[in-house]
Design a protein around this ligand. Structure first.
Ligand code: ADP
Ligand code: MG
Length: 338
């Protein structure tokens, strides 16, 4: 009898889910990214018990057609790329076609959606690798995805969840990053029935200040510089606003929150001569760069990127930031909106 055999489908998804769905916040991030990729202009998030009991994301995006609903839950099934060429210039937040399948393998998932042009909405449910029939449902616009009882069928993973308060804090971080990344989208976050954050559609300057608060606004410099096809814009906090933690450091590349050594090192260097001691600067910086010059397909969570020319990016970010902090920013577009 052969010893090597294919794993059951559910188990394959649960293993993959280990990379994508670490905790409620990572599931929330995936669902929010899907809503943004669907072109939503208004997204509402409802969490219960830090997202462990329920994560519900409702959007007014393009919706999912009836016949696509089962595919949306299938592994490696996506509407966002078709080829390697697409992958190399991918502009959507998602593209791996893994998130919904992964979440559905470790939670009870229900999707209700109405695609544009359909007369009514449809609903599908998934649990333990089994997908229900598609049933008619009531919904006026967009999509509602609900994930309940995260890790109910993977007790070993469930044990690693922290308290609802801690899981909620991570969910809030995920929500905040995407709120910063997409200021033109109205976003609301509720936890246990209470509204915790609400942002109207606004320009990026207003959104950053709304998220980081009035104190930051009074002690931050506006940056907006371009060199060739690379642009850096955002707000950089002055030394007086420095923090004990790195919590107020946000870096985005092409609308995607990233943790990137090249960029954070450039920022650290720019602050080196003006910020002393062990405090950390606050900043929210957006880098726009031709997608072919950056690889986002490094890790399933997609918070890592790889630049083709890391040195040039480092130099540009360092100098732009240094100039802004010195208060003699070159270029007259410093006050231009997006
Ligand atoms: P990916 O985002 O990488 O394509 P997902 O598993 O997250 O993979 O989603 C699978 C597919 O389901 C998407 O490609 C998209 O077509 C559809 N989808 C998921 N969420 C939504 C949503 N909120 N609105 C519209 N379509 C959605
Ligand atoms: Mg996705």
């Amino acid at each position: 009898m052969p010893l090597i055999r294919l794993l059951p489908d559910l188990l394959i998804s649960q293993i993959a889910a280990g990379e994508v769905v670490e905790r409620p916040a990572s599931a929330l991030k995936e669902l929010l990214e899907n809503s943004l990729d669907a072109g939503a202009s208004d997204i509402r998030v409802d969490l219960e018990e830090g997202g462990i009991k329920t994560i519900r994301v409702a959007d007014d995006g393009a919706g999912i057609a009836r016949d696509d609903l089962p595919m949306a839950l299938a592994r490696h099934a996506t509407s966002k790329i078709e080829s390697l060429a697409d992958l190399e210039r991918v502009a959507s937040l998602g593209f791996r076609g893994e998130a919904l399948a992964s979440i559905a393998s470790v939670a009870r998932v229900a999707i209700v959606s109405i695609a544009r042009g359909e007369r009514h909405a449809w609903r599908i449910e998934a649990q333990d690798g089994a997908v229900s029939a598609v049933e008619p449902a009531a919904l006026n616009r967009g999509t509602v995805v609900e994930a309940r009882d995260l890790f109910f069928n993977t007790p070993a993973r469930r044990k690693f969840l922290k308290t609802p308060a801690t899981e909620y804090a991570h969910c809030l971080d995920a929500f905040t990053r995407l709120a910063l990344a997409r200021p033109q989208v109205a976003m609301t976050l509720s936890h246990n029935g209470r509204v915790m954050a609400r942002y109207p559609a606004q320009d990026w300057q207003a959104r950053v200040l709304a998220v980081l608060g009035d104190d930051f606004a009074r002690q931050a410099r506006l940056i907006d510089e371009a060199a060739g096809d690379v642009r850096l814009y955002g707000w950089a906090g002055l030394p007086a606003y420095a923090k004990a933690s790195r919590d107020a450091q946000f870096l985005f590349v092409n609308g995607r929150f990233v943790r990137d050594k090249v960029l954070s090192h450039a920022a650290r260097e720019a602050y080196r001569d003006i910020l002393h001691g062990s405090r950390h600067p606050a900043y929210c910086l957006f880098l726009k760069i031709d997608p072919v010059r950056v690889d986002v397909n490094v890790h399933p969570a997609k918070t890592e990127v790889r630049f083709r020319d890391a040195q040039a990016v480092h130099r540009f970010v360092f100098h732009a930031l240094e100039r802004a902090l010195a208060g003699n920013q070159s270029g007259s577009e410093a006050n231009a909106g997006e």
